[in-house]
Design a protein around this ligand. Structure first.
Ligand SMILES: Cc1ncc(C[n+]2csc(CCOP(=O)(O)OP(=O)(O)O)c2C)c(N)n1
Length: 951
């Protein structure tokens, strides 16, 4: 507490001090020491409420009680007024709150009448005291504002500046616009189109799924308003993500997809789901259902018709909410310019992300929380997303008490300090006010905002469902509940904006237009227009990616530069100078991380921007990368790749939050709007990628087939069996191989630094033939001598799909080879480093570095190099039901066509990828390696017995 002479208490401050004083009087020990001594010295606080109260000692005990009560009451209205607001259009009584009754605070309306309105704010501030005479008038105003059809849920906002802004925005009602004349009619026209489209589809295509918007129709005018605001602010792109509910209506009335196309898809459903490209590809291009398709459309500005904003609706799978992080990544990419060296430059006004959520999905799906967590992180922020829950108060058939543990569907947002407005979807003006509010908040604070648009669902989950089976009472109400169009039309009649019967005429007109389009489908469904990209691009050959020694030396030198005054960590710097100082160095070759740094540097020099993210990626899980250095004294970061004089494009590297699904989705989305960039996501260990499995299944491997959406995202997945137990061993190579078809991805597992270098460079070059690249990356190989590469491997040649056994193929020994061990990844080092190899003169070991698309020609060439071959052994470190075996076996058999024996060496099928015991691991691997070099009759069962004996 301050010195009394400096302290005047007003508004909320006053309420707080008076509360403290009350507590002090009841029990002096209940307040802290400083507060106690303040009251002991100065007595009751000076209210400053009215001029007559010049001395507090004159204030009667009754006055103080009243003021305390009034202050508490005012606070309750502001914080809990939403509990008394009529938010449910179906008329459910609001739950209310006892603190919203003045008598709860021991005050009456008469008491409030004796107090000045300034009690609710500091004198001279706030809009309400300026227009009211007494505290009663002021609290009535607060009730009117806070307890009507909008619920302002801001009590969780900690940042004072934002709190004050939010309060002022609510109480000034500056976003509440009473619509008059043409504006009011325009809204009626808009609601008429929304409502009539659903009704038309319902009748014309009876029983077909459309996931009607009816009950939350206002979302369409709200979206249009947001898009127009963005347009007015010069924002070029709105990125929109939503699920099935209301999507057709949004396509028609926000993105201007012609009715003819929508009807065409209903009339010929198969049209929207395949294209002529499918014929070329034997139906590999599978397409998607109409309520998942993405589209881009333009919105015109409100005032200037020459202003346009691109509205980009991301295609999405059925997997609810999984499009959320994808939209964020798309929005971020649209906000960054990447054509100069350094970090990309972000302009948060360059795109506006909007996410539409379901009331069951938003609190239920974990990806939502992961996505919300991104919004203030430097590597992921998008200047604020506007969220709208189209809250129809039901999941499929599940009601809220079974769907969430929170009061409101939106409560998760509160943990992220996102302001929330709950609004009754039957109040069009309040709904539009919420949209204006959200936009202004985003513009001011560049943060997320949530609108919980509370409506209902006119039909079942889809139009074929009978909702009365599960929600009979609710649906009895819905049956006779007027649509928001009808409600607004009536209101406009009451306000004399339209004449009786005018609203029905509007409906008839729209209906006639639709009927006309249906009968005369002049614009035939042009399936190519549904797609944003060609669905199929053949893969091309491996490009030349060598870099001259001079260029590499220059880049290397620049990477080792440190700015003036920068004090690197001495140990790390010594290590760097020693291992990366000389490219030809001690003859040991360049290691993995060094190769990566040079690849990145050369890619930047060639003008391709790079974005690299993942958990602890700046340093690297295995302390190998150190892309960001920290001054040993100040901690200040320094990123050599930002300061590369040769760079012609930006470099971004970020440690991600502890998330897989959202960050993976974000990077996928980023690639969609930054097609020129090389975007890499790194898993901490490859295993953890399966926490992002829906993103892999639903977007990364299938996005092109479903939506013609190409992505060159690189997944770096540490993989390899090093005795670390069931986790940290396997990136589940088998899963990716199983998902591979129709050249949809590239899958590789390389074993040398130079191979990694060339592959990264190839991925950066193959911009016209973009495919996601799934790359198994090493752990122990990061520093293994066999994985290091000589300078000439970087300065010559290119990526090789298969690495033949140079010892056996090139020393004239090829004729003696009877057995070819094929393998991929780290097991190669165990095979060639084994005693068995030393004693063996008939076995060659070749590495399949590129698994998909299956490098048939390269493998055939290797096999062809050994004329006396009798068998091929596929050796892998994974269990038989994992790794590449099930992928390789049929392909190898087809390739050798019965001429050669094909044999498996690896672990038996197991439910868990790896062993917990290091000892067991070592023994099992030793046994496996021996088995690979042994004769065919050494069966797997015998090997199993041996392992068991050893264990
Ligand atoms: C990840 C996921 N799990 C389950 C489903 C199946 N499903 C489809 S719609 C739906 C109910 C969604 O309710 P809500 O989020 O309230 O949206 P609404 O359809 O009511 O607009 C469910 C469970 C799904 N599509 N995605």
């Amino acid at each position: 507490m301050e010195n009394r002479t400096e302290t005047q208490f007003y508004g909320p401050n006053l309420g707080y001090v008076l509360e403290l004083y009350e507590k002090y009087k009841e029990d002096a020990e209940s307040v802290d020491q400083r507060t106690r001594s303040f009251f002991e010295t100065w007595g009751p606080p000076q209210t400053g409420l009215n001029e007559q109260h010049t001395s507090v000692s004159e204030a009667s005990r009754v006055d103080v009680d009243k003021v305390v009560g009034a202050a508490k009451y005012i606070r309750a209205i502001r914080d809990f007024g939403h509990r008394a607001a009529q938010l449910d259009p179906l008329g459910t009584e609001p739950p209310g709150d006892p603190t919203l009754d003045p008598t709860f605070h021991d005050i009456t309306e008469e008491d409030l009448e004796t107090l000045p309105p300034s009690i609710i704010n500091a004198p001279g501030t706030g809009p309400i005291p300026r227009r009211t005479d007494t505290a009663l008038g002021a609290t009535k105003e607060l009730e009117r504002i806070y307890c009507k059809t909008s619920g302002y849920d801001f009590g969780h906002i900690h940042i004072a500046e934002e709190r004050f802004w939010l309060r002022d925005a609510v109480e000034s009602e500056r976003f509440n616009k009473v619509l008059e004349g043409e504006g009011a009619k325009r809204l009626l026209e808009s609601l008429t189109r929304v409502d009539t489209l659903e009704k038309f589809l319902h009748k014309a295509f009876l029983g077909q799924k459309r996931f009607s918007i009816e009950g939350t129709d206002m979302v369409v005018p709200m979206l249009n308003q947001l898009a127009r605001s963005a347009c007015g602010a010069g924002t070029p792109e709105v990125v929109l993500g939503m699920a099935h509910r209301g999507r057709l209506n949004v396509l028609a009335h926000v993105l201007d997809k012609p009715y003819s196309k929508i009807f065409g898809e209903f009339q010929q459903p198969e049209k929207g789901e395949s294209t002529s490209a499918a014929d070329r590809l034997g139906e590999a291009w599978v397409g998607d259902v109409k309520y998942h398709l993405g589209i881009r459309g333009f919105q015109l500005g409100e005032d200037q018709a020459d202003q346009k904003v691109l509205v980009n609706l991301a295609p999405n799978p059925s997997h609810l909410e999984h499009v959320d992080p994808v939209v964020e990544g798309m929005a971020r990419a649209a906000q960054e310019t990447r054509d100069e060296a350094g970090a990309p430059r972000q302009d948060e006004e360059a795109s506006l992300p909007i996410l539409i959520h379901g009331d069951a999905a938003f609190p239920g799906e974990g990806v939502v929380a992961e996505t919300l967590n991104l919004y203030r992180l430097p590597g992921y922020r998008t200047g604020g997303t506007i969220h709208i829950i189209t809250n129809n108060q039901l999941g499929f058939t599940t009601e809220k008490q079974d769907a969430r543990s929170t009061t409101y569907a939106s409560d998760l947002a509160k943990g992220y300090e996102i302001p929330v407005i709950h609004v009754n979807a039957d109040d069009p003006e309040a709904s539009l006010a919420a949209a204006r509010f959200a936009y202004a908040y985003r513009e001011t604070f560049h943060k997320d905002f949530m609108i919980d648009l509370i409506g209902y669902r006119r039909f079942g989950h889809n139009e074929g469902d009978e909702p009365a089976y599960t929600q009979p009472v609710m649906y009895e109400k819905i049956r006779s509940h007027p649509s928001v169009r009808e409600i607004w039309a009536k209101e406009l009649e009451r306000r004399d904006v339209i004449s009786p019967g005018q609203a029905e005429k509007m409906v008839e007109k729209v209906q006639d237009q639709m009927e006309e389009v249906r009968k005369n489908p002049s614009a035939k469904l042009d399936d190519e227009e549904l797609l944003t990209d060609e669905p199929y691009t053949p893969l091309v050959g491996i490009p030349e990616t060598a870099v001259s020694a001079e260029r590499l030396a220059e880049l290397n030198k620049a990477l080792l530069e440190r700015p003036e005054g920068f004090a690197p960590n001495p140990k790390l710097e010594r290590l760097f100078q020693k291992s990366r100082g000389e490219l030809n160095g001690d003859g040991g070759g360049l290691d993995w991380a060094h190769a990566e740094a040079l690849a990145f540097a050369s890619i930047l020099e060639e003008g391709t921007p790079i974005r690299l993210t993942g958990q602890d990626t700046e340093r690297g899980t295995f302390s190998q990368r150190h892309s960001v250095l920290h001054d040993a004294e100040t901690g200040e970061p320094y990123t050599p790749l930002h300061n590369l004089p040769q760079a012609n494009a930006s470099f971004a590297v970020h440690n991600s939050p502890l998330s897989e699904i959202a960050v993976l989705g974000f990077e996928y989305g980023y690639t969609l709007n930054a097609q020129e960039a090389l975007v890499l996501w790194e898993a901490q260990y490859g295993d953890f990628a399966n926490v992002g499995q829906p993103m892999i299944d639903q977007f990364i491997v299938s996005g092109q087939a479903k939506w013609g959406q190409t992505s060159g995202l690189v997944l770096l997945l540490p993989h390899g069996y090093e005795g670390q137990g069931p986790e940290h061993s396997s990136a589940r190579l088998e899963r990716f191989l199983q998902l591979a078809a129709n050249d949809n991805v590239r899958i590789a597992n390389c074993t040398t630094a130079a191979q990694y270098f060339h592959l990264l460079r190839a991925q950066a070059v193959l911009k016209d033939e973009q495919r996601p690249l799934v790359l198994m990356t090493p752990k122990s190989l990061l520093r293994h001598p066999l994985a290091a590469s000589k300078l000439e491997e970087f300065t010559q040649g290119k990526f090789k799909m298969v690495l033949d056994d140079e010892e056996m193929s090139e020393s004239g020994r090829a004729e003696s080879v009877e057995r070819l061990i094929l393998c991929t990844g780290k097991i190669y080092t165990e095979l060639v480093g084994s005693e068995a190899r030393e004693e063996d003169y008939v076995t060659a070991v070749a590495r399949v570095e590129f698994l998909y698309p299956f490098p048939e020609e390269d493998i055939t060439a290797v096999i062809g190099g050994y004329p006396n071959l009798a068998e091929i052994v596929w050796a892998q470190e994974e269990p038989r039901n994992m790794g590449a075996w099930t992928f390789m076996e049929p392909r190898l058999r087809k390739l050798v066509d019965g001429e050669l024996l094909i044999r498996y060496v690896g672990k038996p099928a197991r439910p868990s990828p790896a062993q917990g015991s290091r000892r067991f691991h070592d023994r099992e691997h030793a046994t496996m390696i021996r088995a690979a070099f042994k004769e065919a009759e050494e069966t797997e069962e015998a090997r199993e017995r041996e392992v068991r004996r050893a264990g």
